[in-house]
Design a protein around this ligand. Structure first.
Ligand code: PMP
Ligand code: GLN
Length: 383
């Protein structure tokens, strides 16, 4: 069989988590909480399972959850999405991202392949989804230490073939957060053009130092052309449950659902009912910035005496650090060595880039218990 994705191997998350398990290292590599979700949420799922909510959910998601999502979005951002025609529940953000890209990107006989603008470093699922749909990724490279967007460079990459732009704020792996100016700059570039946007906002509730999440839905020019992607995995510490969603205007949602219908058809039923109840209490997500700010600050305090160069992350539960002062090794080699020798697993940031580079950055996930973070920081400070 000729591979459709010849350059795809095992993801770095699987590789590093496996190495951490084999070596008994503290696993700050793959992004998942090292603590459990709320027992109340587990009881709700148990309740709905016992009540017999165990068969297929509606293709679009259970009405109660779509309504709760629309209400939360209205309360938080002041934007009204119609739960019937503009909200779709998916099997994780990964499915939603794939469905949205598939709904837009094509290789047409007349016009050839669509171009898709990707800011790199980029989350690993974006580019395979573009390529499987016959599109061509066009990269805009963001560089340390601040990863800010050069809008002049972006405008130079937009052509008549540009059909989609992928946005991720707060950003994995860098933690970079979009400003209002970024929203305005993007709006100026796409205004009156046939360009759509997928905005991956799975870390919408994890921002630090008083920052505000500027969802793309809050800009009218962007809202009308954007698939907003969210995930309960990040917000309620349930990455293993794989429930996400897509918010998009009705015409976009119609196309999105045509794909979703044949990718998975529907998403796990009892969990959707449980999430609908749980989401109604705003404290369940409003406490997240403080919860994670404490963890970020604890980890950074532990690293204060280390030789890493650190810019406190702006959002997400990831902290990238530069090791340029410590060693010349490629980041992958260092990540493997740190796992084996000092027992702390991380992710080399170069894997999120398409073009080879030597920025000397590694990423740590600080969604872990305090004692684990302190121990990891102590070990890293010995370098
Ligand atoms: N987008 C980003 C930026 C992520 O970091 C992740 C998961 N870590 C996802 C999407 C996938 O989310 P899910 O687990 O809900 O599929
Ligand atoms: N998104 C998580 C991370 O960045 C990992 C998800 C996965 O393992 N595919 O670490």
């Amino acid at each position: 069989l000729v591979s459709k994705l010849p350059n795809v191997g095992t993801t770095i998350f699987t590789v590093m988590s496996k190495l951490a398990t084999e070596t008994g290292a503290i696993n700050l590599s793959q992004g998942f909480p090292g603590f459990d979700c709320s027992p109340e949420l587990v009881s709700l799922v148990d309740h709905y399972m016992r009540k017999g909510f165990n068969q297929y959910a509606p293709m679009t998601g259970v009405p109660a959850l779509r309504e709760a999502l629309a209400q939360k979005t209205l309360d938080l951002y002041g934007i009204a999405y119609d739960p019937d025609t503009e909200v779709t529940v998916t099997s994780g953000a990964t499915e939603a991202i794939f469905a949205a890209i598939t709904a837009v990107v094509r290789h047409s006989r007349d016009a050839g392949p669509d171009e898709v603008l990707v800011f790199e470093p980029a989350y690993d699922s974006y580019v395979p989804a573009i390529e499987l749909n016959g599109g061509i990724p066009v990269y805009v490279t963001l560089t340390p230490p601040d990863y800010t967007i050069d809008w002049q460079a972006v405008s130079q990459k937009i052509t008549d073939k540009t059909r989609l732009i992928l946005v991720n704020t707060p950003h994995n792996p860098t933690g970079h957060v979009w400003t209002l100016d970024d929203l305005n700059q993007l709006a100026n570039l796409v205004h009156n053009r046939d360009i759509w946007i997928v905005s991956d906002e799975v870390y919408e509730h994890i921002l630090f130092d008083g920052r505000t999440h500027h969802s793309l839905m809050t800009h009218p020019v962007l809202q009308e052309r954007t698939f907003i992607i969210g995930s309960f995995g990040k917000t309620f510490h349930i990455t293993g449950w794989k429930v996400g969603y897509c918010l998009a205007p009705a015409d976009l949602t119609t196309e999105f659902r045509k794909i979703h219908q044949y990718l998975t058809f529907s998403t796990v039923t009892p969990i959707q009912y449980a999430l609908a109840d749980y989401l109604k209490e705003p404290d369940h997500y409003r406490q997240l910035p403080d919860f994670y700010q404490r963890k970020r600050d604890l980890f950074l305090a532990g690293l204060r005496g280390s030789r890493f160069t650190i810019r406190p992350t702006e959002g997400s539960f990831f902290q990238t650090v530069s090791y340029a002062n410590i060693t010349d090794e490629p980041d992958y080699d260092l990540a493997v060595r740190l796992t084996k020798e000092i027992g702390v697993a991380s992710i080399p940031v170069s894997v999120f880039y398409h073009q080879k580079n030597d920025y000397k950055m590694i990423r740590f996930c600080f969604a872990k218990d305090d004692a684990v973070l302190q121990e990891a920081a102590e070990r890293l400070s010995q370098l």
